[in-house]
Design a protein around this ligand. Structure first.
Ligand code: MN
Length: 266
């Protein structure tokens, strides 16, 4: 059976936006996903918008009912509650929502990376993307997308600090070539290293970028869906962060991939 994999960008505390998009994809009001749909959410479910606790409640329902069909990744705004906070944020989740996040993490219902293979193209999906230096140094330059995701998730289980390494978006320092997949900034950290080599697989990420018109010929911006795509040798880098602030960005959609195999979640 053909499977639709819907990659949903940063939700940023906008429960109604998330629910509307899930309905558009065929989910029901009773919190059920259609059989042919797998959702991958790239992290940063919370903060900025009006109902972060409500977002976690909503996602928890799907994760509980259909754990095979909801793949939850973590972003820097989830890590804020899972490790010692490394940045200041004025909003704070309620106690129940924090417990939900910690339970997902403890029970392996939330992860850092997932691989999706389609007949034409392999995709590694993480919150912020994997830089070329990170791939070379910490993933031994593996050409296999499933192996890359497996190594990243194993690093998370081992408590590896390099996964959480920050760069220019944390503290405003200079770009860090080996910034981790939680913090990489698209324009200054993620894309540059890949421009000089052949990508082993394509990537999809949230966190940064896809907020507006692009300045390089290799990049195109789909304003209706709020996707920013850069074509490079060997693959593409696609940003799917809608860029919601306190108010939601009205024009955004999930990126839908069609495949015959379910995403690999080792
Ligand atoms: Mn982020």
């Amino acid at each position: 059976m053909a499977v639709r994999v819907a990659v949903i960008g940063d939700v940023g505390g906008h429960r109604d936006e998330l629910r509307r998009e899930l309905y558009r994809l065929g989910a029901t009001g009773r919190g059920r996903l259609p059989d042919d749909l797998v959702v991958v959410q790239v992290g940063d479910l919370v903060h900025r918008g009006p109902d972060s606790d409500g977002v976690l409640e909503l996602v928890d329902r799907y994760l509980w009912a259909q754990p095979e069909q909801w793949i939850q990744l973590i972003g820097n705004h989830e890590v804020y509650y899972l490790r010692e906070p490394v940045f200041d944020w004025s909003e704070q989740l309620g106690l129940g929502a924090r417990r939900t996040l910690r339970r997902w993490w403890r029970d392996d219902l939330a992860r850092v990376a997932v691989a999706v293979r389609t007949p034409d193209e392999d995709f590694l999906i993480t919150h912020a993307g994997i830089t070329e230096s990170f791939w070379r140094e910490y993933l031994d330059a593996t050409p296999d997308v499933v192996d890359a995701a497996r190594r990243i998730n194993a690093m998370a289980r081992e408590g590896s600090a390099v996964l959480y390494g920050g760069g220019s978006m944390l503290g405003g320092g200079p770009p860090n070539p080996t910034v981790g997949p939680i913090w990489a900034e698209r324009g200054s950290e993620l894309l540059p290293g890949w421009r000089d080599t052949t990508m082993p697989f394509s990537q999809i990420h949230g966190h940064s970028g896809s907020h507006g018109p692009c300045d390089t010929p290799a990049t195109s911006f789909d304003a209706q869906r709020h996707h920013e795509e850069t074509r490079l040798l060997g693959g593409r880098v696609i940003g799917v962060d809608p860029g919601h602030g306190t108010r939601p960005e009205p024009d955004w959609q999930a990126l839908v991939l069609t495949t015959s195999e379910r995403p690999n979640c080792d």
